[in-house]
Design a protein around this ligand. Structure first.
Ligand SMILES: [Zn+2]
Length: 407
């Protein structure tokens, strides 16, 4: 029997507007139709006085692995099995926060993310739909490696799976990572903030290497997401044809214009610096680390505003895992503070992110044929409410409902 959800307000991310008194008709795990409510003959769930939106998408999570604490030796103290089990609550917390889809962009121990994705798809684990990167493609000692160990200590192979040295070699890395089940390729184009010894702004891959990776990935229907902080690394990655730029902490005008011209998506984690500011002192961050955090955050937010002005396609990526999973909805309000309207922020975290993933045929909007992934907050549209959604449906199944008086 057909089922339906009645929505007092529905955020239409395609038309960038809020529609009133809508009916979403569901069959199995998919949406059949969405339109004005005129009655329904079947199993009807009336959500009451709420605002409904498509399930949210985070383009940048790390569901597997030890939360970024700066101590990479932790990774070597846990077995793959333990890491896999420890990722179960991360997946659950993400889904219950309204994120019905994530793009998981890397684990230091290769392919634990592939196993988690498959466990979610098989119904063994409660979690979001996942596209996974499998391993980081990175230079030796670069931002995607476990760094900080003595030079004569060799890190085990599963932590170096994506280590690359040359243009030919990067093709082989990409191929192997795809063969082991990755949905996309994650390149580390510049240094990283937390990796010892790397310089966040410094380029680590050449444009030729990245172009080879993009081409090789495309032969298997995959695309490339590039971690890039520095302005130069961003430009190289964009010119090489990557699908998205992650972080973009030091994005300049030229980089923003290049991204707009190439249609490159921006996935900038502009919220979590606030979390470091709030919790850093109690977690042992010293004054210098906190100052650097503030400076980087300000530069990144300036870059974000620049990208919005330049007309770059804005996706939604948070780097969850650096902070506790399930808090990432808070970034929507930060995006509104820095240049988007509330509806544009929701569009970034749904339709635009789905397009970035190449998954807009199945998620990202409440259009016919898409999975019945939807969320609700009480009352009228207020972006801050999406930090703590009251109702979550994934594939037609209700996985969370704290709405009063609604079954
Ligand atoms: Zn990350």
């Amino acid at each position: 029997m057909a089922r339906a959800v009645r929505c007092a307000r529905l955020v239409d991310v395609v038309g960038e507007r809020v529609l009133t008194d809508q009916l979403v008709v569901i069959e199995g795990d998919r949406i059949v139709s969405t339109g004005p409510y005129t009655g329904f003959d079947g199993e009807l769930r009336d959500l009451g006085d709420v605002t409904v939106a498509p399930g949210l998408i985070d383009l940048h999570t790390h569901l597997v692995g030890v939360a970024a604490c700066g101590d990479y030796a932790q990774e070597l103290k846990h077995s793959a099995a333990r890491q896999a089990f420890a990722s179960i609550p991360n997946a659950r917390d993400t889904l219950l926060a309204g994120f019905t889809t994530v793009r998981d962009v890397g684990t230091f121990r290769a392919f634990v993310d592939v196993a988690l994705r498959d466990a979610v798809d098989a119904g063994h684990v409660l979690g979001p739909r996942m596209a996974v990167a499998g391993a980081y493609v990175t230079v030796r000692g670069g931002g995607g490696m476990l760094t900080g160990f003595a030079h004569d200590v060799e890190v085990p192979k599963e932590f170096r799976f994506g280590e690359t040295r040359s243009v030919d070699d990067i093709r082989e890395r990409v191929r192997e990572i795809v063969f082991h089940g990755a949905d996309l390729i994650k390149l580390i184009a510049t240094g990283a903030v937390l990796a010892n010894g790397t310089v966040p702004g410094a380029p680590e891959l050449t444009e030729a290497q990245m172009r080879a990776a993009v081409e090789e990935a495309s032969w298997y229907g995959r695309y490339v997401a590039a971690h890039a902080h520095g302005a130069e690394g961003v430009k190289r990655a964009v010119c090489a044809g990557v699908r998205s730029i992650e972080h973009a902490c030091f994005l300049d005008d030229e980089g923003a214009e290049l991204m707009a011209a190439h249609g490159t998506y921006l996935s900038a984690d502009i919220w979590w610096a606030d979390w470091i500011r709030e919790t850093g002192p109690s977690r042992g961050y010293d004054a210098e680390q906190l100052r650097k955090n503030d400076e980087t955050a300000e530069a990144q937010r300036e870059g974000f505003r620049r990208a919005v002005r330049a007309g770059v396609k804005i996706g939604f990526g948070t780097d969850a895992g650096g902070f506790p999973h399930g808090l990432q909805g808070r970034q929507l309000a930060t995006m509104v503070e820095h240049g988007l309207t509330p509806i544009q922020a929701l569009k970034a975290a749904t339709l635009t992110s789905a397009e970035c993933m190449g998954w807009d045929d199945r998620v990202g909007s409440l259009s016919p044929g898409r999975y019945a992934d939807l969320i609700a907050v009480p009352g009228t549209l207020d972006i801050t409410k999406f930090a703590d959604v009251a109702f979550v449906m994934k594939g037609g199944e209700v996985v969370k409902n704290t709405l009063r008086g609604v079954s």
